[in-house]
Ligand binder design. Structure first.
Ligand SMILES: Cc1cc2nc3c(=O)[nH]c(=O)nc-3n(C[C@H](O)[C@H](O)[C@H](O)COP(=O)(O)O)c2cc1C
Length: 194
């Protein structure tokens, strides 16, 4: 049984892997990155790879905020770059995304290892607004492309670029303007770093 399961669902975090934007702050420097919250029957964990600001910040503070948001541009920008300071807002003493639909503060006992499989515990959170929408294949594939792009940067395997190219066709057909703009930015980041 997951403690606070009902409250987490109200905040938009469900069984399976919920892709959220994790905000953290150390020495007043804000950071944001897309991260998956893995809810598997009896456990909720983060899987954190060594070498990111998020990893180091959570190691330092033992806390983070999960922001539920659907904006594909935020996923791409947070994955590939730093979000601008005006994307953040402090609420109830913690750093959140200004445009989050909800936020949830978690705590944990972090430890240094290559891949941190970190059990996490819900502390408190708030629903801010609700983004009621049908599934859009384009938006889902932008998120998928952003993951592939971070893997390409880490592992330099061309198969990730092949996947992104294939998904681009569907994004162009099914996505809205923000999905297409997100992909344009993702392409730019990938080209800059080749
Ligand atoms: C949708 C999505 C989910 C991701 N999930 C994770 C994750 O669960 N764990 C992780 O370590 N990195 C994950 N990443 C990669 C990080 O977001 C990426 O390495 C990011 O650049 C880290 O930024 P930071 O250095 O500001 O923390 C994910 C990326 C995307 C696009």
């Amino acid at each position: 049984m997951i403690k606070d399961a009902q409250r987490l669902k109200e905040l938009g975090i469900h069984p399976g892997i919920s892709e959220v934007i994790v905000t953290t702050e150390v020495d007043k420097v804000p950071n944001a990155a897309p991260i998956g919250i893995v809810w598997d029957e009896d456990s909720i964990i983060l899987r954190l790879f060594l070498g990111t600001h998020t990893y180091e910040n959570i190691l330092t503070t033992g806390t983070f905020v999960a922001n539920v948001i659907h904006d594909p541009i935020i996923f791409v920008e947070a994955a590939m770059n730093d979000l601008s300071p005006d994307c953040f807002q402090h609420r109830d003493g913690v750093l959140t995304l200004k445009d989050a639909e909800s936020w949830a503060l978690f705590k944990c006992d972090p430890f240094r290892t290559d891949i941190m499989m970190l059990p996490i515990e819900f502390v408190r959170g708030q629903v801010l607004w609700q983004d009621f929408r049908a599934v859009n294949r384009g938006t889902n594939l932008v998120v998928e492309s952003a993951i592939a792009a971070t893997r390409y940067q880490a592992l330099a395997q061309d198969k990730y670029l092949d996947d992104i190219r294939a998904w681009n066709r569907i994004i162009n057909r099914c996505g809205g303007p923000r999905d297409k703009e997100a992909m344009r930015r993702l392409d730019d980041y990938l080209w800059e770093n080749r």
